[in-house]
Write a protein that binds this ligand. Structure first.
Ligand code: TYM
Length: 335
């Protein structure tokens, strides 16, 4: 069967955007694909500097996947840092990757743009080599598992294209009798195609601090939902649902009937943003309430999570070893 692979970086608690962009589609793909999902902990190290938080976010990402239905018997599930083969292949592939390609990567360019906006003369100030090499490491995550498809949100598509480019360049240079499989991204379609907005209306992102974490306690969830930006159209007046971040989130979680009804009521007038937000909170809370206990149990120290990840790490290494061995022979190390 074809392989589906994706990862989440533990730089914060997983949020509604991660769910819609990656977790939900990835779990759906487990029915038809050989699935391989992991925690990209070494990717988080480009920004995380607090070891307690690093450990806690790693647990939180892992617990989230399991709570939402990942079955570790069916899906290979592990921490990136448990697979040393990844880091060896990362060196090999960095030697067939043009620096110019990395210069054009979105995250690196965004860091430079921020410096320019803030009048910092050295545009690379605050950029570590991990951030610069990030796309190579991500390419290896994908290529070392022989991935066919990579379910991700729109913001990660460039990275998956880079993985395909890097595989192509390796195959071109060394692929006479061993080649890396070329992957492709799968992004959500329909109303879900839109990148999920955060509480301030920009893309929901851990780095913007505008996320709604999946397993926030109900009181915090309510507060975050109530705090989503909205314009000041009075309750009586007709509103444009599509301009509303709260409505875009609602569209992804409520039933199609509830979404349609809410749209009509907002467009007619007489329904305020507050009412929409109450409905959004209720929808999320009804879904999450039965899941919270399981999540709490899994994040607790000493839970079964550690054994699940250790076993998954073994399975992942079994898949990674032959790919690394193939690459080593292809370049001439083990000839
Ligand atoms: P990360 O941790 O930033 O995000 C995890 C997944 O969630 C998606 N996502 C969103 N989707 C819709 N709306 C949003 N607002 C939103 N925010 C995040 C992301 O697109 C992603 O699919 N570099 C990756 C982690 C990674 C990876 C990999 C992914 C490392 N190696 C190999 C796939 C394959 C990242 O930082 O994702």
């Amino acid at each position: 069967p074809r392989v589906s692979l994706t990862g989440i970086k533990p730089t914060g608690d997983p949020h509604l955007g991660n769910y819609i962009g990656a977790i939900r589609p990835a779990l759906e793909l487990t029915a038809k694909y050989d699935s391989i999902y992991f925690i990209a902990d070494y990717h988080a190290l480009t920004s995380i500097r607090d070891r307690e938080k690093f450990a806690a976010y790693t647990r939180s990402v892992a617990a989230t996947w399991i709570t939402l239905g990942l079955d570790p018997e069916r899906t290979v599930f592990y921490k990136q840092s448990d697979i040393p083969e990844i880091f060896e292949l990362a060196w090999i592939l960095s030697c067939v990757t043009g620096k110019g390609l990395m210069n054009r990567a979105h995250a690196y360019k965004a860091a430079r743009d921020r410096n320019a906006e803030n009048g910092v003369a050295d545009l690379d100030a605050g950029v570590n080599m991990g951030l610069f090499n990030y796309p190579v490491l991500m390419a290896v995550d994908i290529l070392i598992m022989g991935s066919d498809v990579v379910p991700v949100g729109q913001d990660q598509v460039q990275h998956v294209e880079y993985a395909a480019d890097i595989a192509g360049s390796f195959n071109h240079l060394f692929g006479a009798d061993y080649s890396l499989k070329i992957p492709e991204a799968i992004i959500p379609t329909g109303v879900n195609a839109r990148t999920m907005p955060g509480t301030d209306g920009r893309k929901m992102s851990k780095s913007y601090g505008n996320t709604i974490p999946l397993f926030a306690p109900p009181s915090r969830l309510r507060k975050l939902v109530r705090g989503i930006v909205s314009d000041s159209t009075p309750v009586e007046e007709p509103k444009d649902p599509d301009s509303s971040a709260a409505f875009q989130i609602f569209e992804n979680f409520a039933t199609p009937e509830a979404v349609k009804e809410m749209r009509v009521r907002l467009e007619q007038g007489g329904t305020g943003w507050g009412e929409l937000k109450n409905a959004l909170f209720e929808t999320l809370d009804t879904w999450l309430t039965p899941l919270r206990a399981r999540y709490e149990e899994l994040i607790a120290p000493g839970s079964e999570l550690d054994a699940i990840l250790a076993a998954g790490g073994e399975k992942a290494r079994d898949r990674a070893r032959p790919v690394l061995a193939g690459a080593r022979r292809a370049i001439g190390v083990d000839l």
